[in-house]
Design a protein around this ligand. Structure first.
Ligand SMILES: Nc1nc2c(ncn2[C@@H]2O[C@H](COP(=O)(O)OP(=O)(O)OP(=O)(O)O)[C@@H](O)[C@H]2O)c(=O)[nH]1
Length: 731
């Protein structure tokens, strides 16, 4: 490399170091405490990060950094002539996924840096920079060198992939062999406009069964019921709040309904929800039977209904279509058998069949919790034959079938396809529309539920991270913009700007440092999986408000809050944050006894919000001055008190009032030259407590200061205002 180029690169390094310093000071976490070596069984403790630039040589920043390091170290002292022991900084290093044969560009991308950064890191190495292009492939040794020099640590990318968990979900069996299929009853949903008679129709249909049963039999609402026709045929009616259940099942891709009975009141005709119901049926590709209801009413006009429906592609048989129309009176129970027969006829055309052998499949129609029997669901069996003792999974719950009931509350021993059945034995309440799958064993059921919880959690983390990353990108962009605004400055101007930005940190007095050291929030982070813990730690890495309150991650790991966590929190006076983990009762009691806060959350940004509140609560309140009155000095004189002469100001109150018991300040040429209390406040010759606007007074201060005409006297109150931590994690 020639000397010119060397100089150019060195300049570049200086510039970049300066800016990185600026960036690191405002965006990165800098711990100032020594870390305590706490061992975790699963994880080692994360060391503190200083975002170091080890190849940085610039003298100014060498000094600034050494000062800064002092600030970053709890026990740090100013360097004297005495040789001090080296300050050990524990560095929180960003992890970079590396792979063989990475190009300069690849590496820069993996480190989230620009290409210049890679060039700088290779500046004083044996790499020939002259011939290094962005697409040049780097040797493994140099890849590692760049990462190390950047204060980061590397990780081979493929190791990470091995951590992905194997999918343990349960899925439906492939379609059955046609030879195994046998006829099954149709499953019918009744839809229609509000008040057109859906409930009345269902009640009347159910009553036909009560009549058919022994006297005293009462049907109960379980979300579905079976109607037995005199011909021996059966129909299952779904009796869940129509549209909602239908949509929920459709949304989950479960198709339970074979036929929709569209109820239209003969005197009202087609209404808004009639059209929506038609749309539901069409979307689900479920055929319709038209039940023209309220035909007992004199104003009933069934023909008008059929004509109106033509406009919505519901063409009745009389009009050359294939939709059967039955004129009924749900209230009077008229023509219900004709409706049932039409349903059976359509079911025959549809050739509804199912395989009643092998592992059971079904759909949850409704679920509830019974005080005595725990979670109960009504399900429609769609494949196989359900019997007591079978193991089922649905959503994130599983069941060992303890009992089964029909809609008459009678226990049943088995449920075949299309049969509605109440199932008792669930560990938790699965939601309506969830798919039921039988599995071989309880162990397998647990495995499936575990996998589903994990998959859901991953999805949630992914969504959380997307939000967080988008916000962090916004921040980065804002930073870049800010940096660009400096690009027209000369190097010296930039350095000056940089110095100005960081001056308050460099010159912070040791007394203040000691004071700020007191403000520390030690935290323990527990997550349910590696990914969530890592995600939270990544966010904590962006913590940049150490000057207000230090954030000290003393321990982190995966799993529920343990006794060890409580002990650590007690030792360090820390707070435990858990994401999607639990703290059992004995742990909670132990924590309460020791006064340890355990904060459990299921959403990352709620956890971070909570942490921000906790940090803010550590900040001493800021004192705000609230002005009560303002006066101007019109004349000055002295009075003799004992042996000394006391300066007195003759003032006029211009605004508000002067209150003797409050605080005052004296302002001269915009500078505050005194703050304190008055020793006397007089109106003419009388002592006064308060002097109001427009009034004149004489006053003296608790310090002998000569007044000047034109000075301002301000009376004020100090109010404490709660502070909020300035850290903005970007979401
Ligand atoms: N005359 C007559 N009235 C009926 C008939 N069917 C229902 N009704 C009356 O119409 C009103 C509404 O009936 P519902 O069965 O509650 O109607 P719905 O469609 O279930 O109404 P929502 O549950 O609100 O959607 C009630 O007063 C019923 O008594 C019928 O066939 N003839």
């Amino acid at each position: 490399m020639n000397r010119g180029m060397m100089l150019k690169l060195e300049n570049l390094v200086q510039l970049r170091c300066a800016f990185r310093q600026l960036h690191s000071l405002s965006y990165r976490k800098i711990h100032r405490t020594q870390w305590k070596p706490v061992q975790s069984s699963t994880y080692t403790m994360r060391p503190v990060q200083l975002h170091p630039q080890p190849w940085q040589t610039n003298a100014f920043f060498g000094v600034a950094l050494s000062q800064y390091r002092l600030l970053a170290t709890k026990e740090g002292k100013r360097p004297g002539k005495r040789k001090l022991p080296p300050i050990k900084l524990k560095i929180e290093r960003q992890e970079v996924n590396i792979q063989p044969r990475m190009t300069v560009e690849d590496l820069a991308r993996a480190m989230d840096k620009d290409i210049d950064h890679v060039y700088e890191a290779l500046l004083l190495t044996g790499v020939a920079l002259d011939s290094l292009e962005p697409d040049s492939v780097l040797e493994e040794v140099w890849i590692k060198e760049v990462v190390k020099k950047s204060g980061m640590k590397y990780k081979w990318a493929k190791l990470k992939q091995e951590k992905v968990r194997e999918n343990k979900d349960a899925v439906k069996r492939p379609p059955a062999d046609p030879a195994l299929l046998t006829p099954r009853p149709p499953v019918v949903t009744i839809l229609g406009h509000v008040d057109h008679g859906k409930t009345t129709l269902l009640d009347s249909l159910r009553k036909t069964q009560v009549a058919a049963m022994e006297a005293g039999g009462i049907t109960q609402h379980i979300g579905a019921f079976l109607v037995h026709l005199p011909s021996g045929e059966k129909i299952t009616f779904l009796d869940t709040p129509g549209h909602a259940a239908f949509s929920a099942m459709r949304a989950r891709g479960t198709q339970v309904t074979d036929i929709v009975i569209l109820v239209v009141a003969a005197e009202d005709g087609v209404m808004k929800q009639t059209i929506e119901s038609i749309q539901h049926a069409k979307n689900a590709k479920v055929p319709i039977i038209l039940a023209i209801n309220k035909c007992d009413k004199p104003e009933a006009d069934p023909e008008r209904v059929k004509k109106e429906l033509l406009a919505h592609d519901v063409v009745c048989e009389e009009y050359g279509g294939d939709v059967q129309a039955v004129h009924i009176s749900a209230l009077k129970g008229e023509n219900l058998m004709a409706l049932a027969e039409a349903t059976v006829a359509l079911a025959e055309v549809l050739e509804l069949k199912a395989d009643s052998t092998g592992l059971v499949e079904g759909t949850i129609i409704e679920s509830r919790t019974d005080q005595g029997r725990g979670p109960i669901t009504t399900a429609i069996i769609q494949r196989g034959t359900l019997r007591k003792g079978y193991i089922l999974v649905a959503g994130k719950s599983w069941a060992k079938v303890r009992l089964m009931f029909d809609e008459n509350g009678k226990t049943v021993d088995e449920a075949t396809p299309s049969m509605p059945v109440e199932i008792v034995g669930w560990k938790e309440v699965p939601s309506a529309g969830a798919e039921i799958l039988e599995v071989e064993s309880e162990q397998r059921a647990r495995e499936v539920v575990d996998w589903r919880n994990y998959a859901e959690q991953q999805e949630k983390i992914k969504q959380d991270m997307e939000v967080i990353e988008a916000k962090q990108k916004e921040h980065k962009d804002a930073y870049k913009k800010e940096r660009e605004s400096l690009s027209n400055l000369t190097w010296r101007q930039r350095k000056a700007a940089l110095y100005k930005t960081n001056k308050h940190l460099i010159v912070m007095r040791s007394k203040e440092r000691v004071e700020s050291d007191k403000n520390v929030l030690p935290v323990i982070v527990k997550g349910d999986v590696d990914g969530s813990t890592e995600a939270i730690l990544n966010i904590l890495d962006s913590y940049n408000a150490d000057s207000e309150c230090e954030l000290d991650v003393i321990h982190f790991g995966v799993g529920d809050v343990s006794e060890n966590d409580i002990n650590l929190a007690e030792t360090f006076k820390g707070v435990i944050y858990g994401f999607s983990v639990n703290a059992n009762k004995s742990i909670q009691q132990l924590a309460a006894k020791k006064g340890i806060k355990i904060k459990l959350h299921n959403i990352i940004y709620h956890l971070i919000e909570d942490l921000k509140d906790e940090l803010s609560s550590k900040l001493p309140p800021s004192v705000v001055e609230h002005i009560i009155g303002e006066a101007s000095v019109l004349t000055t004189f002295c009075v003799t008190v004992g042996k000394s002469k006391v300066p007195v100001a003759g003032c006029r109150v211009q605004k508000g009032q002067l209150d003797r018991k409050l605080k005052f300040k004296l302002i001269r040429n915009r500078d505050v030259i005194w703050k304190g209390f008055l020793t006397s406040l007089k109106h003419h010759k009388d002592d006064a407590q308060v002097i109001k606007t427009g009034m004149d007074c004489g006053l003296s201060l608790d310090k002998n200061i000569e007044f000047n005409i034109g000075d301002e006297i301000i009376c004020y109150e100090e109010k404490e205002v709660e502070r909020t931590i300035s850290w903005d994690p970007g979401f």
